[in-house]
Structure formats: C-alpha cells, structure tokens
Ligand binder design. Sequence first.
Ligand SMILES: O=C1O[C@H](COP(=O)(O)O)[C@@H](O)[C@H](O)[C@H]1O
Length: 387
Amino acid sequence: MEAIARPLSVRTLFNLSCKSQLQGAPYSKTCSALRGAATLPLFRPPPPNPFAGSLASNFQTMAEQRSRITLPPFAAPQKSSGAATKESDKVQNADNGALASGEPKKEPVPGKDFPAHLFPYPEGYADVSLERILNMPQLQRAVAAYVKEASAAAIKEKGAFTVVLSGGSLVKGLSSLIGMKGIDWSKWHVFWADERVVKLTDPDSNYKLATDEFLSKVDIPDNQIYALNDTLGAKAAAADYEKVLKNLPRDVLPLSKGDQYPRFDLILLGIGPDGHIASLFPNHPLVGERAKWVAHITDSPKPPPQRITLTLPVINSAKQVAFVVTGQGKAEVLQRILEVSALPGALPAQLVRPTDGSVTWFADLAATAELNSEAWADAKKFPRNAL
Ligand SMILES: O=C1O[C@H](COP(=O)(O)O)[C@@H](O)[C@H](O)[C@H]1O
C-alpha cells in the first residue's frame, strides 16, 4: 500500500517520459536530454518532433526509429552548354581561365600563389542525405545494411568491392556486418582512409582496431587487405601506399573521370570533434594537397603525430562516401559542419563533396542534438549558412 502511494522518483519519471515517446511517437531529443539533465522542467511539453520536419522525412518505421532527410544539393558548378556558339565558347573559356588568344592562363598554385589551405570549396554537387537514427545498435544495423548494399552493387558491376575504412569510433559499427547473409567477402578489397605510422600490432594502429573488431571475423582474403607497410617511415609509407593503389588492376580500382585519382566504391569516414576527417586536420596545408593520392603528416595535432592519409581529391572521387557520427561529443561540430559556412580548410569535413558520387551522414540522436534541420528547407544550399 505504502509503496503504491509513494511518489514516483525523478529517475522513474524521466524513464517513463522516454519510454512513452518510444512507444507512441518517434524519439525526440528531449528524451536524451531528460536522461542527463535534472534541471529541465519535468512536464514541459516535448518540442516538435525532429523526425517530422518540413523536409522530406521519407523514411520512418516504428521498428527502426530513424528518419532520412535529403539535404538541399550543393550549388552545381557552371557547365558550358553544348549548343554554345564559337563566340560564346570564347567567353566561357575566358571565364574558365583561358586567354582569348587560346593560350591557357596559368592556374594559381596552392601553397605558392596562395596559402595551400585557402583554396575555394571544391565544386562537387553530390547527393547528400542525413540518416538520423535513434541509438547505437540501430545505427550500426543501418550502416551495415548500407555497406552490404554498396558491396552487392559494386560486385555486380565490376566483380570487386573497394571499401575504405577510417579508424576511431566508426569501426565498432562494422561489427554488425559479421555473420550477415549474402555478402561475398571474397570480392572485398579493404583500404584505409588514414593510418597511424606505428607497428600494425600497436594499439594506435587503425589496422589493428579494424582487424580486432571486424576483419578477423570475416573471410576477406589476406592479400585483399591493404595495410600500411609498418617497416617504413611516414613519407616512404605514404609513397608506398600510393604505389600499391596505382598498381592495382583498374577493373578492381578504376580511375575517376580525367584519370587523375582512384575511384573507390565506398569511403567510410568518422569526424573528429575538430572537424577533421581521415588525417586531414583543420587549417593544415595537407588539406590543400592535390598532386598526391596518399600524403604523410608528421605533426598531427591528434597523437600519434606521424600518419598517412588519402588526400581530399581522392575522397571526392569516390562513388559513395558515408560519415558515421555518434555521441554528444560530436553534436557541436556536426552542427558547424552542416549549418555554418566555415573558411575553406577550417572544417575539412565540409570539403567532402564528391564530383560524381553521394554523401550519406549516419548520425545518432545525441550527435544531431544541435541541428536546426527544420530550417534547412529555407536555406536551400550547403552549408546552410543562412541559419
Ligand atoms: O584519429 C582519427 O580520428 C578520426 C575520428 O575518430 P573518432 O574516434 O573521434 O570517431 C578517425 O576518423 C580517423 O580515422 C582516426 O585516425
């Protein structure tokens, strides 16, 4: 009797609030906020449902609490019209940097004519979407399903699947692929977006992390897992990795249009709380690297200092790029990446704009807590700096 009359504890109320939202309506960020913050008014009505924005909330089931938002496209680069006359062609060429005499104007060289990291935003116009997913297990399942689909499509098209892994928190998410039916592991070729220049047995090695969590538990042939040569220093290791990529058969790893860079089927990226991707750090001259496929860094702000990394144009040549972002610690940087126009180079993740590919952001609710996605429809461009 006494037990029934006793008021519900604060913790119980919080949990009930979350539970009812889970059962009756999609989870809202109030739910996660309530779990941690006792200062919020207990009975404040929940804010508008973040899954039901005016943008296309075109994916939502009760079994998997998630919503898919297609982001407004990047501004497309101007293309010359096929029907242009000779005169208008000249104007177009002049606009594009060619002199009227037909002699090409010299391209300014990053690092020489202007600071390497202050180049303009790349002119990609990829499809970008954000998958906002309730929690870690659901996010891991969603990422696994997406990777499986990408692998099936690539194997059907060219008999091989080239997938690039990052290190860090995203690797755990790949464990949901283990035991999945219908994946032809024998056709997988695995690479790294970045690697720390340490022994492959070192706890800091991205290879070791992926091997422990995932690669040792699936049947990918060893000679199709392209690890760093850990007997070399950073500079030589980057050159060696680039050589490995260049020597692969082109039916496994084709080149992008223009034959300049490799075109991976899928690149999986995490982001650091500073907005770094792979080992391309904010305002580091390496962000402006154009000539190399793989570059080295010896002063990484995040330890260990010596690393190798794919360069930005290689990332932007991929068929599909997926970001996996989880946890409250990433909420602020995700908001800046998706809603604020930073100086080019200040947030390397903003420079991921594949020329002929798609970008999918997989993020849990904690990581999306700071987004104002309801207002995105009005901004109609990326980043949505009008917000
Ligand atoms: O150092 C690195 O950090 C990033 C982000 O890692 P996270 O643990 O914060 O998710 C990672 O993507 C990169 O590959 C790694 O070398």
